[in-house]
Design a protein around this ligand. Structure first.
Ligand SMILES: NC(=O)c1ccc[n+]([C@@H]2O[C@H](COP(=O)([O-])OP(=O)(O)OC[C@H]3O[C@@H](n4cnc5c(N)ncnc54)[C@H](OP(=O)(O)O)[C@@H]3O)[C@@H](O)[C@H]2O)c1
Length: 288
């Protein structure tokens, strides 16, 4: 390979993003951009990745996915590297325990997990011919208690008092994957866009280690929701590194195998409504 392949990973200083960055970096043909909101944490992650992989092509660029301005600033900074862009992993995320509004006035879980990634991806696609995009979703796009689609405006502006923001954000990531793939196909682009569910893992996601009782409960009662950080990061990095991958708009489930996501996630009307609303939201935001 004559040129290094650059991969952007959002939220790469911890958990899944960090492990995937490390596993990809073991291959010296890859250069990783750690797109993180906290540059101190990012620099520490960079140091650790270089130490463990001996790959020095690791760079940190500030990105707060909950802020559309930060997304624009990130893209401007990335352009300065003069890299081409091989892959994008939209991984950064917060759990449904958060409440509040983003700087742009949107429910914070939806803004962080979905909206910022939508804008980031579309801005990058204006300038780069990205080969692979992975949107990190969750089996919680289909929560055990069920989920009904409501109008997008209500989802964007909810107060999350019913704790549905996380399932909506992860369902939105799947709609985003599928709609984006359809649009890129129409433009005859060769980009592959897929969703990846890592399963429930021990990371910083829950704000600390999961209680043993919860792990045992999920393992026994909902084994199809139980994940493993090492297995999921190995699978995701393999998908990124696999040159023969030719799969699109699929839902990879904790492995290199894809399955069907929830029936709701294939509702084309919702998928289109979400895309149009988001597109319009960003156009209006730009006018301000
Ligand atoms: N852990 C699970 O059980 C589980 C299950 C299914 C899906 N997932 C998904 O897996 C992905 C990774 O989560 P994880 O488990 O690895 O959790 P994690 O260890 O908490 O990592 C999340 C990463 O996202 C970053 N982040 C959060 N808000 C951000 C923002 N506004 N801008 C930029 N970065 C931001 C965090 O940065 P800071 O360090 O600065 O907070 C951190 O680097 C998420 O999309 C999550 O929804 C996780």
């Amino acid at each position: 390979m004559s040129e290094l392949r650059t991969i952007i990973i959002t939220g790469a200083n911890s958990g899944l993003g960090f492990e995937v960055a490390k596993k990809i970096a073991l291959n010296k043909a890859y250069r990783i951009i750690l797109a993180c909101r906290n540059l101190e944490k990012a620099e520490l992650a960079k140091k650790n990745i270089i130490k463990e992989t001996q790959n020095t092509n690791i760079e940190c660029i500030k990105l707060d996915t909950s802020s559309l301005r930060s997304v624009e600033e990130f893209v401007l900074e990335f352009e300065k590297t003069n890299d081409s862009l091989y892959g994008l992993i939209n991984n950064a995320g917060i759990s449904g325990m958060h409440q509040g509004k983003s700087i742009d006035g949107v429910e914070i879980v939806m803004a962080t997990n979905y909206l910022g990634h939508w804008y980031l991806t579309n801005l990058l696609l204006e300038k780069y011919n990205i080969k692979k995009i992975f949107n990190i979703t969750s089996d919680m796009h289909n929560p055990p208690q069920g989920l009904k689609w409501q109008n997008v405006e209500d989802i964007f502006y909810s107060d999350n008092s019913d704790r549905t923001a996380y399932p909506y954000s992860k369902l939105s990531n799947i709609y985003f994957t599928n709609e984006l793939q359809e649009r890129l196909d129409k433009e005859n682009k060769d980009t592959l866009v897929n969703s990846f569910n890592p399963g429930m893992m021990q990371t910083n996601f829950a704000g600390g280690p999961l209680p043993k009782s919860r792990i045992i409960f999920v393992k026994t009662m909902m084994p199809d929701r139980f994940g493993d950080l090492d297995k999921s990061s190995t699978a995701l990095s393999s998908l990124v590194l696999d040159d023969s991958l030719n799969v699109k708009a699929k839902y990879f489930d904790r492995s290199i195998n894809y399955i069907k996501s929830s029936p709701l996630s294939y509702e084309i009307k919702n998928q289109k409504e979400l895309w149009d609303y988001t597109d319009n939201f960003i156009k209006e935001w730009k006018k301000k």
